[in-house]
Design a protein around this ligand. Structure first.
Ligand code: SF4
Ligand code: SF4
Length: 186
């Protein structure tokens, strides 16, 4: 399904935008109404479950019941990490993340600015080429109960990947942002 914001330029008036929005909501509903069986597998695997105002399976249920405006006003559409775990786990091949991304697009198309955190993430990527520097985590021995801090290598993880040439990365990143903004403005 095409992104609503991408299609904004093709819409000639507010009425067209409204019709497009309604069509995309209708199509999404038709896709998931008979598919989501509320098995809760999406929620069980969601890494952001504790941070979300609503659990992923609840988002599906509310969307199916027509609570679109309430979901559009909820922080939940911005708190989702878009990790696509729910899509991977769903036995019915539907997923809360699809609904969340559609609602995000509609919110942006209606002029709702993304939360301030989104700008900080972009700035961190621009400055360091990585959203967050890895931090040490506390490990507890199952045998002795002893605790210790460990970095990634101590957890058998590879070093966090980051751009080899930060200046080139910044240039490509800036170009991509400028292009996205100019496409939105056309
Ligand atoms: S979206 Fe999929 S995994 Fe989640 S409750 Fe519905 S059917 Fe289950
Ligand atoms: S995409 Fe969002 S809702 Fe789905 S599992 Fe990831 S954080 Fe949870």
């Amino acid at each position: 399904m095409a992104n609503l914001v991408d299609q904004m330029s093709a819409a000639e008036s507010a009425k067209d935008v409204y019709r497009l929005e309604q069509r995309m909501l209708r199509e999404m509903k038709e896709n998931i109404t008979d598919q989501c069986v509320q098995c809760v597998k999406c929620t069980a695997g969601c890494p952001a479950m504790k941070l979300l105002e609503l659990h992923p399976h609840e988002i599906m249920a509310l969307f199916n019941l027509g609570f679109t405006e309430e979901l559009l006003r909820s922080e939940v559409i911005w708190t989702c990490l878009t990790c696509f775990k729910c899509k991977e786990r769903c036995p019915q091949k539907v997923a809360p993340v699809d609904v969340i991304l559609l609602l995000r697009s509609i919110a942006v198309a209606r002029g709702t600015p993304p939360p301030a955190g989104f700008a900080s993430v972009l700035q961190a990527l621009m400055d360091r080429g990585i959203i967050q520097e890895p931090v040490e985590v506390m490990l507890k021995s199952v045998k002795t109960g002893k605790k210790r801090f460990s970095d990634r290598s101590g957890c058998s993880l590879p070093a966090a990947s980051r751009p080899k040439d930060l200046e080139k990365f910044k240039e490509a990143f800036t170009n991509a942002l400028v292009q996205a903004m100019s496409e939105e403005g056309t």
